[in-house]
Design a protein around this ligand. Sequence first.
Ligand SMILES: [Zn+2]
Length: 407
Amino acid sequence: MRKINPHDFTVARRGTSREINRQIALNLIRAHQPISRADLARLMNVRRGVASLLVSELLSESLIFEGAVGESVGRGRRPTFLYIDSRQRCVVGVDIRASRTYILVTDLMGRQLGVVSSFQTNRNEDVLIQELARRIKQILGDYKEIGACEGIGVSVPGMVDPANGRVLHAPTLAWRDVNLRDPLAVALGIPVHIENSGKACALAQLWATRSDVIASGNSVFVSVSDGVGTGIVVNGEVLRGRHNTAGEFGHVPLSIDGPKCSCGATGCWEAYISNLATLSRYLGQDVSEPRPRDTETANFTVEDLIARARAGDAKALAAINSTARYLGLGLASIVNALDPARIFIGGEITTAWSLIEPIVRSALRERTLTEFGGTTEILVVPAEDHPRLRGAVALVAAPAFAAPMVA
Ligand SMILES: [Zn+2]
């Protein structure tokens, strides 16, 4: 399977295929646009003629277009600038959660088109697949003028084998070995790519970073929703592990005597910090009882809880503060295990960041083993950026631009 590494262009050496050079060119144009042919050649470290040939090919396939004319240097012809042609293609991102499923349409660059729509998730996979297909067809009907849909990316709250399109285990949905990709692709007649939500978020973060600001060091993405997804980036690649299940920090116990988790064990990090755990804490429900999975669909969400906390509801604030402390303690485990350069956090809880940040950081400091660990950079990805949907979109859009590893 193709590995995605949008930053490391050095792996494509002399003699590597034309396809790889095309992808490198596309990614560089995406990251640096508007860009001239001369600058592209310089960045690719190839002769002008080689770059021009590639550019002609990409132009004839309408993958890029020529735009405004730039300043000429010396007496030469004034260069025209190259842009990715994202106008005639769209991508659909789907974020499946235990409570609701979200759909977003973007252009090929991952720019949002229209609004995010959502519906209640039916945990019967056959029913969900049919409903998804129906809704996606309907939405694409509204975007006819945009042109062809390149693909559907689906972010799944569970462990996924992207090669065969199967969900290995999604605890919050009680799914085991579910073929999600193929029936959806057949129903829509469009390619479908599925991935674990934490890994999808990590991939999108990697892709979003402009290649000229290469993020140094390793990073971790923590996505807090109905469950907790984690994606780990090591040396510019998402860490998969032998069976694609690496990085399940959500199911690392914070305390073995803790509340019952969706996976059946007790005391997992997820059982302390997921949106459902936070809501259960506020509502005074015993989180060790079978999970109140429908809490969020009962029209009371974590965002509502945060609004109450901001309005002075002490009980709401206490529930959120507890989540903040557990969040920081779990982050400390991640820092102790991986010592990443930075941790990204996504999810509705981040809308309370100004309230909870001091508590998160103090818990992180408390349980990290060195002073460096305690100061690990934490970057919040705003909820309005829809990181899980962006992650789903990146499954389709990023490979079109990424330079595959050929080492
Ligand atoms: Zn668990």
